[in-house]
Design a protein around this ligand. Structure first.
Ligand code: NA7
Length: 597
């Protein structure tokens, strides 16, 4: 049994190990029969470097040494190598360090400044850095926002906090309040004055809240002794990071483990028209109301922005190149789109923009947009005050010197491939968050991955981030929450004969008195018949989609089946209860209209 608590034996071993680390040029904890240890010892022999070797299997208290090493380094296995007080790691890491020149630098007396350097202060980077610091590690976070072509910039916290989830949900809430005001009259509220919306008040309120979050993050980093530097970071060698601040001053730092995340940029592929247009990065702090707006793009950023702008009473058109919400369940995407159309959002389908001309300067000005059909020769011309380009976001990995560290990047999309431990092809360089290839671009996923990574790197933990059945919500005017597979994907994976889809329309009680959106909300679960009718896809279109989906997401993690759902007692009257009473299958073609309690 390893000694626990403040065991004097353990403390004694710890101080002995520390003494050895401090006094040895090269220290190898080894086992005499271990072939990996032999490899490492041979390497030092070849390099003609004398090392202090402790064969733990030949020592009476060797197993206690091993447990203490786990506590000190997060590594239980041997060999466990230290050079000039720096923990190098096991056999693979030592050989890699030899290959990339680090071993030589360490033997020459150069050591690391930090145990972990995090590039990018987004949700994932901050979570990882704070956790690593809690585990007693020396951590640096480098974060720098390169201004958008329109000059917009922001503070610490990354996309979600500054130009993503937070401002968009608050602006969505602004729009929902407008609808609530209309509903209120049907509930007896009387207010005579014309209801108007003031963009600047909303923008200031939202931006002030974001400012408080930026400040909060800085305080948290300081409290946890994470070294935060507002500088642009780039690799100059596998372990060396150059940091350039706003005034162009450069400093170099050496990190043992490195986590590149940032920077991101809105993808503005229509280079010619860019200077006249804005992106969502600009919209959330736009100093004036955008007026009549054309939104180019049809994924969630585009639809969410179009939705809340229309909810503020603006004239909004969405230019769709192909389909709505690519990658999401298409049945649900179309229903969310239909609801937007019913509430005044115009859709210009199968068109792409060809030019934008300025007709008049102003805040907002007037722009003429020309577009061409993707299917016919048809040309479209329209006048707008604002053109918002929302055609995806790029991982700007080309600017942070990843090539100098030898990190492989997918050249097509700038994303970084990693293994299931978020490790890149370079063992000491990890990546998390939106920058990862083939993973979710969601804040909570990045936070989870970052925390778990720090615990694995520095706390001896083994738990990996689970990227399966991640719940998410699109904040369109009628919100869309989902978890697991889309119907299309489930059909493709399991085949139509093995899938049962249960579905229902519903009418939220709060919509009944104002008499709106009857039978527009929709619930659907996709079950795998071959696996006990396990729910493999959950879809919800209705109010409070995030709140509803979160709980069912937890149930799906526990392997929820249709039977378990049917045996669950609903909470009445709510929207979420619909899942406990869904009996109509899609294949039956049965009536799914809501019919009271
Ligand atoms: P997505 O999910 O990358 O979707 C991009 C959308 O833009 C999609 O509808 C595309 O249509 C459309 N698109 C892409 N290129 C063009 C061009 N050239 N012309 C017209 N339309 C185009 O992006 P989001 O904007 O929702 O951003 C998601 C990110 O924001 C995510 O990374 C989070 O970090 C936050 P398509 O379906 O390809 O025809």
């Amino acid at each position: 049994m390893p000694p626990t608590g403040s065991d004097p034996g353990r403390d004694e071993i710890k101080s002995r190990i520390q003494g050895l680390i401090d006094s040895s040029e090269v220290l190898v904890f080894s086992k005499s029969y271990c072939p990996y240890c032999v490899k490492v010892k041979d390497l030092f022999k070849q390099l003609n470097v004398k090392c202090n070797v402790l064969e733990l299997d030949l020592m009476d208290d060797g197993s206690h040494y091993q447990d203490t090493l786990l506590e000190m380094t997060g590594q239980k296995t041997v060999p466990n190598v230290f050079i000039n007080k720096t923990h190098v790691g096991g056999c693979d890491k030592t050989l890699q360090a030899h290959q990339d020149g680090l071993l030589k630098q360490l033997l020459d007396g150069e050591s690391y400044d930090f145990d972990l350097i995090v590039i990018g202060g987004g949700s994932g980077g901050l979570a990882c850095s704070k956790e690593a610091a809690l585990l007693g590690k020396k951590v640096m976070v480098l974060d720098f926002v390169v201004p958008t072509p329109r000059g917009t910039t922001w503070g610490l916290g990354g996309t979600c906090v500054n130009v993503g989830c937070i401002p968009k949900k608050l602006m969505h809430q602004t729009a929902l309040l407008g609808t609530a005001l209309q509903d209120a009259r049907n509930f007896g509220w009387q207010f005579e004055e014309t209801v108007k919306h003031n963009w600047e008040t909303m923008k200031t309120g939202v931006n002030n809240y974001i400012g408080s979050l930026n400040w909060g993050y800085r305080v948290q980093l300081r409290e946890k002794s994470v070294n935060y530097v507002n500088s642009f970071a780039e690799f100059v060698s596998p372990h060396k990071i150059k940091a350039t601040n706003r005034r162009g001053k450069e400093t170099n730092r050496r990190g043992k483990e490195t986590l590149p995340g940032h920077p991101w940029g809105s993808a503005v592929h229509h280079q010619g028209i860019v200077p006249l247009c804005i992106t969502s990065d600009d919209l959330f702090s736009l100093p004036y109301c955008p007026g009549k707006t054309l939104v180019i793009g049809a994924s969630y950023v585009a639809l969410e922005c179009a939705g809340f702008l229309a909810g503020l009473g603006l004239d909004v058109t969405v230019m769709v190149r192909s389909i709505l919400l690519r990658g999401f369940d298409q049945d649900m995407a179309n229903r969310a789109g239909e609801h937007m159309e019913d509430h005044g959002v115009k859709f210009l389908r199968k068109f792409v923009p060809t030019s934008v001309e300025e007709l008049e300067k102003g805040t907002p000005g007037r722009l003429k947009v020309t577009a061409k059909s993707t299917e016919t020769d048809e040309v479209f011309e329209g006048e707008y005050n604002t053109v918002l380009i929302a055609v995806g976001r790029d991982a700007c990995t080309g600017t942070i010197g990843l090539d100098k560290a030898g990190v492989i990047v997918n050249k097509k999309n700038g994303k970084i491939p990693v293994n299931d431990e978020e490790q890149t092809n370079v063992p000491h360089v990890y990546a998390i968050g939106d920058i990862l290839e083939g993973k979710w671009e969601l804040t909570p996923v990045a936070i989870q991955a970052g925390k778990l990574l720090a615990r694995r790197l520095f706390g001896g933990a083994t738990l990996k981030c689970d990227y399966v059945n991640v719940p998410t919500t699109v904040f369109t005017p009628l919100e869309y929450g989902c978890c697991g597979l889309s119907e299309d994907k489930a059909l493709e994976l399991y085949g139509p004969e093995n899938i049962e889809v249960f579905h229902s329309l519903f009418w939220p009680l709060e919509f009944t008195v104002p008499g709106r959106d009857n039978n527009k909300c929709y619930a659907k679960i996709i079950c795998n018949k071959q696996d006990n009718d396990r729910v493999v896809g959950f879809h919800y279109l209705g109010p409070n989609a995030g709140e509803v989906t979160q709980g069912y997401g937890a149930a799906m993690k526990c392997g929820m089946t249709k039977d378990q759902l049917s045996n669950t007692i609903g909470i009445h009257p709510t929207c979420a209860e619909i899942y406990t009473t869904m009996e109509v299958t899609k294949s039956s073609g049965g009536d799914i209209a809501a019919a009271g309690c």
